[in-house]
Design a protein around this ligand. Sequence first.
Ligand SMILES: [Zn+2]
Length: 202
Amino acid sequence: MPIPWPKRIRDTGQLTVFNDAGVWADSVDAAMKTFNSLPFSVQLVAEEKETSANIVVLLANGPQTYTHEGTTAQTGAKFKFDELHGQTSLFQSSRRNEMLFAVTFLPGKVPNPTHGQKEVIIVHEFIHASGGMGNDEHDSIGIFVGYMQTADGGMIEYLHDEGAQPMPPIRVGPRTLTKMQTVWPGVQRPMHHSARGTIRVA
Ligand SMILES: [Zn+2]
């Protein structure tokens, strides 16, 4: 099950991101904008102070560790520094089923990745981080599938439907949308009253 961020954070509708992604930093900024345009009830905002960030994004050129408040994450044995993928480590509170922090490692040795490829990889990792979702939550379609391949300067599901187009533009699978809605249900919009009755604004 996805791990929600604490209520005090959910109530803001925002997660803060410290971008320390080196030569991928511009793509991280762009991917934040793309993520914010997706139909999720959470927005990513830049955080200048590393220790205050909910999510830290790093470029890994080799095996790397990251320590947050005494807990250390590291790039896994399967993490290849020259392949188009990422790794997000979720820091979870031991007493409550809640997210505390997330760190995303991006591959620093991919030869000549396109902006579109980097954007796809980063948005995918932002869904892991913001949704508190591990690899067992991957979708069968869209940006949050477990396996993708390069196509026409972008990325496409490794197993894709006939006629599916490479991303970007980012496609979000319905299962991913549903899971994001469970952890970020969003602000209840007010009821609007009209002369005829009550209309819910969607
Ligand atoms: Zn993934």
